[in-house]
Design a protein around this ligand. Structure first.
Ligand code: ATP
Ligand code: MG
Length: 280
């Protein structure tokens, strides 16, 4: 039997949290996110299910186990998270982070009304540098995964694919790649050639550069048709130079360096943070 969509709030969530209010946030293939309020707190609850194979999509079993894996990563990073199973997969509950994503925050910048806020870019680079300094790689950096809080700090969400600590085999799965719009050429190439790859801090920096670029301009790093199959997108990323970076000034030059085709030519996340810290 196919799981229903959106995934309902599993019974275990009610037992663990005693919700007082529940709101649907996103419902995509493989995952549903709920905004759950309790008397004292607010949580994001992610419910995963395997994605069946179709003519257009190879399917993925890991989507069912991803919430449990993410909860384990959060716990290893000493962030609160609980997780459990439901009939079709796993779920987790984690602290809700209030605020717009980087993409939402820079909407006025994209319409040319304002320059991108380098404070927000600095906050994103800081969050990534802190993760890297702790010995972790995020593996799925994209503008929707960068939440800018009311105090101006950024939080990286969706740590389901992160690497850096002892994740037990029972909740682990091979790195499947990220959204291709933010994948570095070496990651796309390796996935095409060998079907496997490990994300690196340099591929995270590339993804952050591509996130800055699309959030500031609306343009993806590499040009390919919107509806191209994933392997066609990956081939374009692996073989085509990225679009010219049209962002002016130092920020544009920084993005250009972050999108360097060779990982060794990219600045580290700490260097990106330090460049942005010195901007007015
Ligand atoms: N901790 C959180 N705090 C606030 N919002 C969150 C949180 N976790 C997830 N969300 C919201 O839910 C959306 C989807 O979450 P997330 O990316 O973690 O799930 P996903 O299953 O990986 O979905 P996708 O396939 O789109 O990446 C986020 O873009 C964000 O709007
Ligand atoms: Mg996500």
């Amino acid at each position: 039997m196919e799981p229903c969509s959106p995934c309902p709030l599993p019974n275990g969530v009610a037992v663990a949290l005693t919700p007082t209010g529940v709101r649907l946030v996103t419902n995509r293939r493989g995952s549903t996110v709920w905004d759950v309020r309790t008397a004292a707190e607010r949580y994001a609850v992610k419910v995963g299910r395997p994605v069946p194979e179709t003519d257009e999509h190879p399917g993925c079993d890991w989507a069912g186990v991803a919430p449990a894996r993410e909860a384990v990563v959060l716990q290893l990073l000493e962030t609160f998270a609980v997780y459990g199973t439901w009939p079709y997969g796993t779920w987790n509950a984690q602290p809700w982070h209030e605020g717009p994503s980087l993409y939402e925050l820079w909407e006025p910048q994209r319409s040319g009304e304002r320059e991108p806020s380098l404070d927000a870019a600095h906050a994103c680079a800081d969050a990534l540098a802190v993760l890297h300094e702790a010995g972790w790689v995020h593996g799925d950096i994209q503008p929707a995964h960068l939440i800018i809080g009311p105090d101006g700090t950024a939080t990286l969400i969706d740590l389901a694919l992160a690497r850096g600590g002892p994740v037990p085999d029972s909740v682990d799965f091979p790195y499947p790649g990220s959204l291709v719009h933010f994948e570095s050429p070496e990651i796309s190439r390796s996935l095409l050639e060998t079907g496997t790859v490990a994300p690196t801090s340099a591929s995270d920096v590339y993804a952050l550069g591509a996130s800055f670029f699309v959030s500031a301009t609306g343009w993806r790093h590499v040009d390919y048709p919107d509806d191209a199959p994933r392997t066609v997108q990956r081939k374009a990323v692996a073989t085509t130079p990225h679009r010219p970076v049209t962002v002016p000034g130092l920020f544009g030059r920084l993005i250009e360096a972050m999108l360097s085709p060779l990982p060794g030519d990219r600045p580290t996340s700490a260097e990106v943070r330090s460049v942005l810290a010195h901007q007015p």
